[in-house]
Design a protein. Structure first.
Length: 297
């Protein structure tokens, strides 16, 4: 089995129900954070870690994802003629990415989506990126996980400490701390109640997995919500090999949720050199009004 991670899988066949009606006919993954669709942040994060083969698991109403990463002859020609060189280069970079697509006919769960990636992954370790979990581009979470994989040669799950009032939204681990931010996983529970959660360590949307997960997924029974759950499959994998978690202490935006999406938009706009000045003044004015008990006009 190859030792380096060259492939990343992006499950993107979900129904995006938390963003309806915006996601009725358009993919959630294409919702922009300032000027880039969510999924592009994930693809760029993987590229920055040296990953160069991508698989997007798509479904109905997801064609615009393929168009986004395809060449756009007319647009490119138009930008060239109008001398918008920087924008042209940015647009052209998008179709230089080596992306394959597999369609998941039915949204049967995250585990099922990963199983669809088997013909693409073959016998290699691979990364999974859930593109609605946005990690700031300057952060090194995935890179750190890849380094840990290089040492431990076992699946690595990104973990974050979350408040118990939010624990029911995540897969949660029971584990023992083994080193700097590294936990050996003993058990996993998908979306537990506050009472049944084994800890406050939630799995967030970055995984390094090994191809033996496919045999487990192929035999997996539906779990929480009647879906084939990746968390359950990783739990089964524990019977045959160690699994580790890496505790992430940086910022993460759950952009699959309206509030997280808005927070990501505000923070990314503040950091955007073209917007920053005016946007900050606007936010300060809004904050002042809110502070005085008024609403923005
Ligand atoms: C999925 C996983 C869950 C994980 C979460 C991270 O849930 O099933 O274990 O904690 O992603 O974002 P979803 O958000 O798809 O309901």
């Amino acid at each position: 089995m190859s030792e380096t991670i060259k492939k990343a899988i992006f499950p993107a066949a979900g129904l995006g129900t938390r963003f309806l009606p915006a996601t009725k006919a358009s993919p959630k993954e294409m919702l922009p954070i300032v000027d880039k669709p969510m999924i592009q942040y994930g693809v760029e994060e993987a590229i920055s870690c040296g990953i160069n083969e991508f698989l997007i698991i798509t479904g109905k109403h997801k064609r615009s994802i393929e168009d986004h990463f395809d060449c756009a002859f007319e647009l490119e020609d138009n930008l060239k003629k109008s001398g918008k060189q920087q924008l042209l280069e940015e647009i052209k970079r998008l179709n230089q990415t080596n992306i394959a697509y597999i369609r998941q006919g039915y949204a049967l769960g995250l585990g099922h989506a990963i199983l669809c990636a088997k013909p693409f992954v073959k016998e290699e370790p691979f990364a999974v990126i859930l593109s609605d979990d946005i990690i700031p581009p300057e952060d090194t979470l995935l890179r750190d996980m890849m380094l840990i994989y290089g040492k431990l040669k076992s699946p690595i799950l990104a973990l974050q400490q979350v408040s118990m009032s939010e624990i029911h939204r995540y897969g949660v681990i029971d584990g023992v701390r083994e080193g700097d931010g590294v936990y050996r996983v003993n058990n996993l529970v998908e979306k537990p109640t506050r009472e049944s959660a084994p800890s406050d360590l939630a799995i967030i949307g970055r995984y390094i997995l090994t191809p033996d997960i496919f045999d487990v997924l192929a035999k997996a029974e539906p779990g929480k919500g009647g879906e084939i759950q990746l968390t359950d499959a990783i739990g089964t994998l524990l019977q045959s090999r160690p699994v580790y978690g890496f505790l992430y202490k940086g910022k993460r935006y759950d952009a699959g949720d309206k509030l997280g999406y808005l927070k990501a938009t505000v923070d990314f706009a503040i950091k955007n050199p073209d917007l920053s000045g005016e946007f900050k003044s606007y936010l300060l004015a809004v904050a002042k009004k809110i502070g005085n008990g008024k609403l923005p006009e």
